[in-house]
Design a binder for this molecule. Structure first.
Ligand code: 13P
Length: 257
């Protein structure tokens, strides 16, 4: 299937509402009339309302960095899908490595979030990726398969179109140490073939994430099975994000999966 390349900015716990709205306004202007690229941003919960306002007439979509699986209830510190939908969110991340490794979210808990997001009608960006220790001990594929299996075992075929996968090797996140194109290609191929072995010919687009920057992005987007990028640091300044958008627009390789 041919589709637009997806460039998603994960702003993590950065920017106040005012700062986020200002950046969103710049991105809205920079992302007008794109031919090959779809642009998404994921601000903090407190910035969602101002960002929604800044992006309401733009081609940029916004979403959350996390979501709970219940619509409401006694879940201190959590945010539900109906709350996100009220703010115009079209997606939520789930299973980001910072959630898994700093906050101890297990594959099962991530799967609960994924199914809550899908049931609520949003797209989910399911993040997977291995730590350096897991890579060095040859477990990369096993980890990716385990993280995917938690979702794949229960997903209904009609829910797959609401899924995007992000491959983010934990050791490449925020470190400036980007994975090589060979490593990215191998991990994306593993995800693609494992998914298709369970649900033939349905593997969703796979984004790469981890130290994506203007000086490495052109190479990354040309790697087979790379459907775009989930970008942290370089999505926080308009100058850098604008360059990523420009690179995505220039590279003519078609996105296929
Ligand atoms: P960096 O681009 O800052 O490495 O972060 C990647 C990431 O975690 C996006 O979700």
């Amino acid at each position: 299937m041919k589709r637009k390349r997806l460039l998603a900015g994960n702003w993590k716990m950065n920017l106040t509402g005012k700062e986020a709205a200002a950046l969103a306004s710049q991105i809205a202007t920079g992302a007008a009339n794109l031919q090959r690229t779809e642009v998404w941003v994921a601000p903090t919960f407190t910035s969602l309302a101002p960002v929604a306002q800044a992006l309401q007439h733009s081609q940029v979509s916004w979403g959350a960095q996390n979501a709970h699986w219940e619509p409401c209830g006694a879940f201190t510190g959590e945010t539900s899908v109906p709350m996100l939908k009220e703010l115009g969110c079209s997606f939520s991340l789930a299973g980001h490595s910072e959630r898994r490794h700093i906050f101890g979210e297990t594959d099962e808990l991530v799967a609960q979030r994924v199914f809550g997001i899908l049931k609520g009608g949003l797209t989910v960006v399911l993040c997977v990726g291995e730590t350096l220790k897991e890579r060095e001990s040859g477990q990369t594929n096993a980890v990716l398969e385990r993280q995917l299996r938690a979702v794949l075992d229960k997903i209904e075929p009609e829910q797959v179109k609401q899924v995007i996968i992000a491959y983010e090797p934990v050791w490449a996140i925020g470190t400036g140490k980007v994975a090589t194109t060979k490593e990215i290609e191998a991990a994306h191929a593993c995800i693609h073939s494992f998914w298709n072995s369970k649900l033939p010919d349905t593997c969703p687009p796979i984004l790469y994430g981890g130290s994506v920057a203007p000086d490495n992005f052109a190479e990354i987007v040309q790697v087979p099975l790379v459907g775009g990028a989930l970008v942290g640091g370089a999505s926080l300044t308009f100058e850098k994000f604008k360059k990523l958008i420009a690179i995505s627009e220039e590279v003519t390789v078609l996105v296929r999966n």
